[in-house]
Each structure stands twice: as structure tokens, then as C-alpha cells.
Write a protein that binds this ligand. Structure first.
Ligand code: FMN
Length: 244
């Protein structure tokens, strides 16, 4: 690691990005099918997330890149914070008038990727996004710090604004109107649940022969099981290994 930092500090201008090399997992730490205690991806995700949460250096283990497509089929992505994981799927919160929300309104197919660097692990999720019940959004909204609630109310996410000052003025006005104790009303904001149909677990190996185990779930998928390339898993999932 020190070596790596030394190279980076030499001169960012003269060090080509192609020279950056990270040490990944050794052969003996390979991610094998027999290491998956319960052959079910939500369970495995929770195990990996819990290890990420306990790993020093991972400051926001729930930061995830969310990809959507617009009405012209053009993709875009941005980070969001994953706030809940259940057997139904993965929940994040956002403004329902934002660019991502408009994309989802038009096409609810989304993809999400997480990367936990010191663990050299990544998870890819593909599925469909749907709004969670309003009362669940409301409950979570009021669990957030008051300043964040006011911030969400002040910002029509993804809309054009003339300046930073404009935002500060709106925030100030809301604070004046609400005083110290009036409840912050729920803005056009809430959660989306991503119901997954594919979850890939990737672990990087130093020799670049990385491990990739993919779980898939859709109607009739169990008929694809051949116990050679496609294996049965729990709760209607199947799993397979992909070449890196
Ligand atoms: C680490 C990180 C976490 C973020 N978490 C959220 C989030 O949970 N919800 C959200 O709406 N925006 C979040 N943002 C901001 C988004 O990346 C993005 O700027 C914003 O949602 C507007 O995206 P859009 O215009 O594509 O809708 C986060 C940004 C970062 C860097």
C-alpha cells in the first residue's frame, strides 16, 4: 500500500493510470461455491455487507452506483445510499421528481453496483424499481436528522437553479416558516425498492482470474438447471459461475 501511495504522490501528471496496480486476493482466498453457506443471494449479500461494515477503510459500505435509462434508451448513473435490504430487495431514497425518478417512471429497469475496495469485492444487482408505500417513506423521512429533512424539502433535485445562494435562501425561508418544532412536511421524496432478478458477486484475484458467481431468478429459470453450468439455489434462484 505504501508503495502504491509513493507512486501516486510522485506526480499525478507523469504517472499513467495504466501503471496503477492493486494487490487483489491470493489463490488460497478464492471465492468458491463451497464458501457460500446458504445458496441464496440476499443472505450472501448481507454477509458481504456485514464484512464490509466491519472493514476499516470502508467509510460508506452502503454507497452504491445506480444506473437508469432515459426515454431515448441512454443510460446514466449516480451514487445513492442503500438503506434497506430484505428478501424482497434493495431500498434507496431519493427525490421523486429527480432525473433518476423520471427515468424509472419511463423504464423501471435499473442496475446497481457496489464496490468494497479493501475487500476487493463488488456486487452487481439488476432488477426493476418500484416506489415503496408512502407511509414507509414518511417514517424513514422523519428518522433522518432535521437538517437533512429540510435539505430534501429545499431541493427540487435535478432541476436548474441560478446559484448556491438561491438554495440557501429557500432553506432559510423553510427554517423560518417551520420554527424549531413544526414537523417538516414530506416533500416529493421517498424510497424505491429494487426487486432483483440478477445478483452477481465478484471477488478480485491478483492473477486476474477473478471469481464471479451470478444468481438469477425469473419465471421458469429452474428449468435451466443442469447441475453442470447452472445450479439450483434457494427461494427460486439458480446460480452459475462466469469467466472473469
Ligand atoms: C456517496 C453518495 C451517496 C449519495 N446518496 C444519495 C441518495 O441516497 N439519494 C439521492 O437522491 N442522491 C444521493 N446522492 C447524490 C446523487 O449521486 C445524485 O447527485 C442525485 O441523486 C441526483 O441524481 P439524478 O439527477 O441523476 O437524479 C449521493 C451521492 C454520493 C456521492
Amino acid at each position: 500500500m505504501n508503495q502504491l501511495l509513493k507512486i501516486r504522490k510522485m506526480s499525478t501528471a507523469s504517472v499513467p493510470l495504466s501503471a496503477l496496480r492493486m494487490k487483489y486476493m491470493e489463490k488460497k482466498e478464492a471465492f468458491l461455491e463451497e464458501n457460500i453457506r446458504v445458496k441464496e443471494p440476499i443472505n450472501l449479500f448481507n454477509e458481504w455487507m456485514s464484512q464490509a461494515m466491519q472493514t476499516e477503510g470502508i467509510l460508506e459500505p452502503n454507497a452504491a452506483s445506480l444506473a437508469t435509462v432515459n426515454s431515448k434508451g441512454c443510460p446514466s448513473n449516480r451514487f445513492v445510499l442503500l438503506k434497506d435490504v430484505t428478501t424482497d430487495g434493495f431500498t434507496f431514497f431519493t427525490n421523486y421528481g429527480s432525473r433518476k425518478a423520471n427515468d424509472i417512471e419511463n423504464n423501471n429497469n435499473v442496475a446497481m453496483t457496489l464496490y468494497w475496495c479493501p475487500l476487493r469485492r463488488s456486487v452487481r444487482i439488476e432488477g426493476t424499481a418500484e416506489k415503496i408505500p408512502k407511509e414507509d417513506s414518511l417514517k424513514y423521512f422523519h428518522e433522518r436528522p432535521r437538517a437533512s429533512q429540510i435539505g430534501a424539502l429545499a431541493s427540487e433535485q435535478s432541476s436548474r437553479i441560478p446559484s448556491r445562494q438561491h438554495l440557501d435562501q429557500i432553506e432559510k425561508k423553510i427554517k423560518q416558516d417551520l420554527g424549531d418544532d413544526k414537523e417538516v412536511p414530506l416533500p416529493n421524496w421517498g424510497g424505491y425498492l429494487i426487486r432483483p432478478r440478477l445478483i452477481e458477486f465478484w471477488q478480485g484475484q491478483t492473477d486476474r482470474l477473478h471469481d464471479r458467481i451470478v444468481f438469477r431468478k425469473h419465471a421458469g429459470v429452474e428449468k435451466e438447471v443442469d447441475n453442470v453450468l447452472i445450479h439450483p439455489a434457494e427461494n427460486g434462484w439458480v446460480y452459475e459461475r462466469l469467466a472473469p
